[in-house]
Design a protein around this ligand. Structure first.
Ligand SMILES: [Zn+2]
Length: 147
């Protein structure tokens, strides 16, 4: 677990650079803490693989930790072991939530809630547009997203 919120990102780009690199929605979610609409980016392939940060490519979540939460957002019960996933308290909207971000580049990913399944009891509720799925198997590499 890399829960320490004090770590500075090691991938730092200007606002203009992120804007040029990302889709409009991905930019707003990862750099402006927006939230995508439910059921818009949860259609990832069900094959084994790794979900990477759409901004910097850091491996964040594994398909094996993904579960169907019914919320319409990709949900995971844990990050990849040793992944650069950071959390910090989010008091916006007068609620106490725990915000989840990529510790490598500071990208906002979503929130984590304490109502997930075993073994962790956590539910990482992540914006699909903040993730890039990379299937484990070689061959048919069909880049997702960018649609
Ligand atoms: Zn990142």
């Amino acid at each position: 677990m890399t829960g320490a919120g004090g770590k500075s990102p090691t991938v730092v780009k200007s606002d203009a650079e992120w804007r040029a690199q990302l889709s409009d929605l991905a930019y707003r979610v990862t750099r402006r803490h927006a939230t995508e609409r439910a059921f818009t980016h949860d259609d990832f392939p069900k094959v084994a693989g790794v979900f990477r940060c759409v901004c910097c490519g850091a491996p964040l979540f594994s398909q094996s930790a993904k579960f169907d939460s019914g919320t319409g957002w990709p949900s995971f019960f844990a990050p990849i072991e040793g992944a650069e996933v950071g959390t910090r308290e989010d008091r916006s909207f007068f609620m106490r939530r725990t915000e989840v971000h990529c510790a490598r580049c500071g990208a906002h990913l979503g929130h984590v809630f304490p109502d997930g399944p075993p073994p962790t009891g956590l539910r990482y509720c992540i914006n699909g547009v903040a993730l890039r799925f990379e299937p484990e198997a070689e061959g048919r590499t069909e880049p997702p997203g960018s649609r």
